[in-house]
Design a protein around this ligand. Structure first.
Ligand code: FAD
Length: 462
């Protein structure tokens, strides 16, 4: 008897419950990845993520080959391809990890129907793509938590299953035909400093992080120039690391840094349980507040200046340039850039979320859309009217201007020419006109006080 294991956002061999269950007492297993055409059509297949995905699939294939198997890759509609592969290999069961999005939930339903019609069974596994599955903890009165703090209290008390070792052998039947593995070659529009993908890379990064990075996390995670966060987000997005295993290992490492890090992992599960319960929150406001909350007319030139990192507000521009260059952005940079777009420029959060999804290698429907909504005040923030002043953020999280200087180097020369301190780069409008225009750095596209006043009027706060 043969089983098919469908890999989606769980591209690993360690701690993989579907693979373990499929191997239990079976003769052979077909490890299958389907490059789903609907993901491309939805515009979700951004170049940075396709490149990272290619690394992940190659590494997964190598891991399987070391165990006597190989990866089978197909493209098309996941449901049709899984049924086809199951028929070709005469598999009687299929294993799949549960996922939160509307797309994934529909895929699961369709797959169950299609397989059952052919007399095959679908097994769906929880706690593969999350540490605590959506719906495992709920408030007394409703189907999901809308506020993080009480969610986290319950989340922390959940007993997690023990992480599984990687299998020693994965026998794959002969009949399973694979397309060539996708590769990075031929992809254009990549960020120049994109991180490499794959389970081996993810595990090495996790080990290094727990050995030497996590300790200082509680104190330094917001330091923009210090870059002292784990950078594990793409690995968690593609599932080259198991959230259950990461939580276990971080707890074992112990200390305030690891504790603060685990709390961030709970945010990931939090957003997934919101999205699983309210799949429309991927594109519509989670909280609707009527006409007063309508966004201003999308100012195309302002939005474009924001995308390019040319708003004239250095800390915002630094963040936006890091995003383009690395396909990744520090959480503090995401927060202040998103607040600037939605609250200072008063542009719809979807405009920003779309741009982030175009570039982020960890671009993730639950985390991206729901963090954007959190910042915009349409989501789960209990203080929806808070505005992050770029200048206050810059002074607090980049006090000596090191982060701005890394990404907006033209301001270094300007500050030097004016004989100003490095911290002066946060307010280039105070530099002499001559120096400023020589630097080529733009004047602010919006005055912060005017932006704030517009926001308060639009929200009916005055
Ligand atoms: P660390 O600080 O080391 O945290 C560890 C892990 O916890 C992260 O890898 C991530 O999986 C999780 N995590 C941390 N913060 C959050 C959070 N606020 N919400 C959910 N999970 C979190 N994260 C994504 O993974 N994909 C996205 O598309 C995404 N879009 C975002 C958009 C906006 C506007 C904002 C404000 C945040 C977004 N985040 C997103 C959350 C967060 O910024 C990133 O997860 C984090 O910066 C990744 O860096 P790290 O791995 O070094 O994080």
């Amino acid at each position: 008897n043969v089983s098919v294991v469908v890999f989606t956002s769980d591209l690993r061999l360690y701690d993989h419950p579907p693979l373990r269950a499929a191997l239990d007492g079976r003769r052979s297993v077909v490890p299958l990845f389907v490059r789903d055409a609907a993901v491309d059509r939805a515009g979700f297949a951004a170049p940075n993520r396709l490149a990272f995905l290619a690394d992940c699939l190659r590494d997964l294939d190598e891991g399987l080959r070391e165990r006597g198997g190989r990866l089978v890759v197909r493209s098309g509609d996941t449901v049709e391809e899984v049924c086809r592969v199951a028929a070709e290999t005469d598999a009687d069961e299929v294993h799949l990890a549960a996922e939160a999005s509307a797309f994934a939930q529909r895929r699961e339903r369709r797959l169950r129907h299609a397989l059952e019609a052919e007399g095959r069974r679908l097994h769906v596994h929880d706690a593969v793509t999350t540490a605590v599955p959506p719906g495992a903890v709920t408030p007394a009165s409703t189907d999901h938590f809308a506020v993080f703090t009480p969610y986290f209290r319950h989340w922390s008390r959940q007993a997690l299953r023990r992480p599984l070792a990687a299998p020693r052998a994965v026998p794959v039947p002969d009949g399973a035909v694979s397309e060539p593995l996708p590769s990075r070659d031929g992809l254009s529009g990549l960020s120049p400093a994109l991180a490499p993908g794959g389970e081996s890379e993810g595990r090495a990064r996790l080990a290094a992080w727990l050995r030497s990075g996590a300790e200082a996390y509680a104190d330094r995670h917001d330091d923009l120039a210090g870059d002292a966060t784990s950078r594990l987000s793409p690995h968690l997005h593609f599932g080259t690391l198991s959230p259950v295993e990461v939580v276990h290992r971080a707890r074992r490492a112990g200390g305030p840094g690891a504790e603060a890090f685990v709390r961030q992992l709970a945010w990931r599960d939090f957003h997934r349980q919101v999205l699983a319960a309210r799949p429309t929150a991927a594109h519509a406001d989670y909280r609707t507040r009527g006409d007063r909350w309508r966004w201003g007319p999308a100012a195309a030139a302002d939005a474009e200046a924001w995308r390019q990192g040319r708003t004239g507000h250095p800390i915002v521009d630094a963040a936006m340039r890091q995003l383009l260059h690395e396909g990744w952005l520090h959480n503090r940079g995401r927060l202040l850039a998103a607040s600037f777009l939605t609250k200072t420029l008063y542009i719809d959060w979807r405009v920003g979320a779309e741009h982030f999804l175009r570039w982020l290698v960890d671009g993730d429907l639950a985390n991206n859309q729901l963090n954007w909504q959190w910042v915009a005040g349409t989501g789960t923030d209990t203080r929806p009217h808070r505005v992050l002043s770029p200048l206050a953020q810059a002074r607090r999280y980049d006090p000596d201007g090191a982060y701005v200087l890394r990404w907006v180097p033209e301001l270094a020369d300007a500050a030097d020419a004016a004989g100003a301190t490095r911290a002066a780069v946060h307010e280039p409008w105070k530099l002499p006109e001559r120096v400023r225009s020589a630097s080529g750095y733009p004047d602010p596209i919006v005055d912060l006080a005017e932006g704030l006043a517009r926001f308060r009027r639009a929200r009916g706060l005055d």
